[in-house]
Each structure stands twice: as structure tokens, then as C-alpha cells.
Design a protein around this ligand. Sequence first.
Ligand SMILES: [Zn+2]
Length: 63
Amino acid sequence: MFKVYCPRHGSDVLLGYGRVRQVINVRPGVIVVELRCYDGEIVRLLTGSRADTVAPVTEPVAG
Ligand SMILES: [Zn+2]
């Protein structure tokens, strides 16, 4: 499960692996997991061992 903030819900939601749309390897140790919320909102979760070295993703990721 992923705990992500959904702006449409206005709160954190728990999304299962079946909600994953794609996983983007930004660079080694930095991964963006793109999920679709129950209400259709696309939310992105920045993760990976080096995720704390980059700013939180708020804009669509190219590619
Ligand atoms: Zn939502």
C-alpha cells in the first residue's frame, strides 16, 4: 500500500499496488510512482533511497 496525499480528497489516502499506473526511474535511487486515486485523481509519490535529495514532485514528469 502507498500512503499519498490526494488534492481532490484533500487528505491522505491509502492506495494498493493495483492503483499503480507507472513507475518512473528518474535517476538511480530516485523513483516516482504514479497512482490513480479512487476518484480518478492522478497522484505521484516520490520514493527511492535518494528521494530526499530532490524537491517534491508537483509538476507532471516528462517521459
Ligand atoms: Zn482522491
